[in-house]
Design a protein around this ligand. Sequence first.
Ligand SMILES: Cc1cc2nc3c(=O)[nH]c(=O)nc-3n(C[C@H](O)[C@H](O)[C@H](O)COP(=O)(O)OP(=O)(O)OC[C@H]3O[C@@H](n4cnc5c(N)ncnc54)[C@H](O)[C@@H]3O)c2cc1C
Length: 263
Amino acid sequence: MRIAVLVKQVPASDKVKMDEETGTMVRSALDAELNPLDLYAVEEAIRIKEKTNGAEITVVSMGPPRAVDAIKEAIAMGCDSGVLLSDKVFGGADTWATARTLSAALEKLGTFDLIFSGERATDGETGQVGPSVAAQLDMPALTYVSKIRQIGDGKIVVERAIEGGHEVVESSLPALLSVVKEINEPRMPNLTGKIRARKTEVLTMTAADVGLDSSTTGLTGSPTRVVKVFYPSMSRNGTIVDGRDPDDAVQKLLQFLNEKALV
Ligand SMILES: Cc1cc2nc3c(=O)[nH]c(=O)nc-3n(C[C@H](O)[C@H](O)[C@H](O)COP(=O)(O)OP(=O)(O)OC[C@H]3O[C@@H](n4cnc5c(N)ncnc54)[C@H](O)[C@@H]3O)c2cc1C
């Protein structure tokens, strides 16, 4: 069984800076980490590998050269190999162009029975990339997967977290699964894993390697545009209720809330 896990390197901070001119994130100035929600995807892939003879996991990420660290972290946990999609023309991609690039690379890398993604990335937070990859590869997308009940004989049965409960879904393979936190408890990489990750060479692929050009990747190939980036200004005209006489203050407060039809 061939498994791919999509991982994204994200800023290890919520103090994200934006380039107001291009509408893109200034990533170079930030510390980076493996998207915390992708750890669950990596862990689930490893658990399947441990139960399946001959299964092999490839970690795939699109990002700048330093995104190799995120890939190596997944390898240290137990994945086998890594592919970094890195090229200047990939920069500024929206979710569609990101998924286009990942899909093109996955096609080049051969057939995968299972593709895992995280529920969402903690920076972009759209949750679109996983399902978009599935759509572009023309395979079923099983989103919000909280448990894999059964896998084998070309099919998979999963539980999906839905509002107020779970839904059991059966799908044919290959399929893409985006997983939620409830699915497992990600392991910490051990020393052997870390040494193996250090020794494992991560394959880098450029736009030419995956067969794309700048018209279908990155900022130019993105059908959406960030028109304006700004920090919302919070302006409130507060009303101060004189609190020297508590009973009087409560009456005034109730009158104020009544007038606003808030109680
Ligand atoms: C309308 C719009 C316009 C945008 N324009 C720009 C822009 O101009 N410039 C810019 O820098 N950003 C832009 N972004 C952000 C950019 O789309 C995201 O950084 C990127 O496409 C991933 O989307 P996301 O962070 O929402 O990931 P999500 O969809 O939330 O991620 C879900 C999962 O997909 C996988 N995944 C996501 N990204 C990757 C990746 N790079 N490699 C491997 N796996 C991945 C991971 O498993 C992740 O857990 C834009 C976003 C939107 C919605």
